[in-house]
Design a protein. Structure first.
Length: 102
């Protein structure tokens, strides 16, 4: 009567075990933007080169896997939701009225 439960069943639903379709679309857009900028912009200085490569670097950072979270984009979204939601939680349990009559 032993049951074998997979340790991480969500990983089987991901592409290559790491990425959601949105992650790959986001990273693909960053790479495509970088390729277009490389073709259009003259790479005359280091600053221009860094600015041209920044879309691929930023989107790569966002879809980078992180332990205990899915990726950096997930951490940023959860942090934003935590900071913008209400922080005062009101009790609505069985003694909500505190003995007051209806």
């Amino acid at each position: 009567m032993n049951y074998l439960i997979p340790a991480n069943t969500k990983r089987g639903q991901l592409i290559l075990g790491l990425f959601r379709p949105f992650d790959l679309i986001l990273f693909g857009c960053g790479i495509l933007t970088t390729i277009i900028l490389l073709a259009v912009m003259p790479l005359s200085s280091t600053l221009v080169t860094i600015l041209v490569l920044s879309p691929a670097i930023i989107t790569g950072f966002l879809v980078m896997p992180v332990p205990y979270y899915h990726n950096m984009l997930n951490i940023i979204v959860e942090l934003y939701e935590f900071l913008t939601n209400r922080q005062t939680y009101r009790w609505k349990g069985w003694c909500y009225k505190n003995g007051q009559k209806k």
